[in-house]
Design a protein around this ligand. Sequence first.
Ligand code: ACO
Length: 373
Amino acid sequence: MADKPTKGLADVVAASTALSDIDGKAGRLFYRGYDIHDLAGRTTFEETAHLLQRGSLPTSGQLAAYDEELSQGRALGALVEANIPEIAERGAPMEALRTLVSLAGAESPDKDSNSAEANLRKAARLTAQQPILVARYHAARSGRTVADPDPELSVAANFLLQITGQVPDPRAVEILDACLVLHADHTMNASTFAARVCAATLSDMHSAIVAAIGTLKGPLHGGANEQVMRTLQGIAPDKVASVVREKLANGEKIMGFGHRVYKTEDPRATHLRKMSQELAESGGDDTFFRMSREMEEVVLAEKGLYPNVDFYAATVYHYLGIPTDLFTPVFSVSRMSGWTAHVIEQHADNRLIRPDSEYIGERDQKWKPIDER
Ligand code: ACO
């Protein structure tokens, strides 16, 4: 008979990985042994994606080659192109992305191979295309065209340019770039686990990423950043403490707080709080930042819970001019680098992921024909 299950698989080690590591008690996060505090603001998203997918921080020559691969990989296939308008008209952003990535899988030049070489190419293409898919989706639903990505610009700069339609401020690019670095990987989070379960059947990378996108979408995972912003927008600035206390008294969860692994401050939140403050002050209206600070104090005092990555990411994206319903898609732009690296890792040393379950249903039922039930 199986052991008693741990609800939500808490503390169950489901895979071995060399990609990221969390010290939940100390509030530390590492990508391939590098402390996130050393990477954020000093290493670009492209370098971080190279670190995760290809195993090392790139030399300048390796980075130039990877940038070129990303640049070439941005071109969308005919099937994806043809379907963007209708998908943008009918689907919410994460639904649209899930479908567009699935279509991209159907026309991937490497669709029939899970080889290490094909997986590296697919990982770069998926990473290159995700921000383009978000921008093209947003342009299509807004009835405007979008400029082609500029091969001279970074992922972060191209994304801001395509989403806002304006040449972005260099500091805004640095901040979005740091956000992408901070969200790139996070051990066995729900969407990464979903991707690995799919990949472990020896299904292909696009199928695993579709599973991951569908999993990130939920408000208990990546969907929380959008909910944080909607909560802030729905509260009068002078009523933060009373509304939060009332929600807690009613047993409601406050989005953007709590974490399965961190028992102290999430190290990503430390950076995001600073960036949110900087943007709030430079933009001349710090209302949402001040409300966030107050919310943070009340939730800590009442529940002993700290903000997670989604809490201050919400106001950072808001101040950067990103529409609220694109916050979770921005998360996916970054996490694509980690998801794909996990699929590469899973395929390189694979075993089917198939846990057991505890049966709690009826036993010894007597079958009767349909007219006697
Ligand atoms: N607000 C209020 N109470 C909370 C919150 C919250 N945000 N988070 C946890 N709690 C409480 C629960 O109600 C529960 O209380 P109880 O023991 O009295 O019933 C206790 O803390 C434990 O909570 P669980 O949900 O069991 O903790 P779990 O480890 O399963 O969940 C999770 C972690 C999903 C992140 C949870 O904290 C949560 O729902 N937070 C809000 C959603 C959110 O911000 N998600 C993003 C997480 S980061 C990421 O995925 C990128």
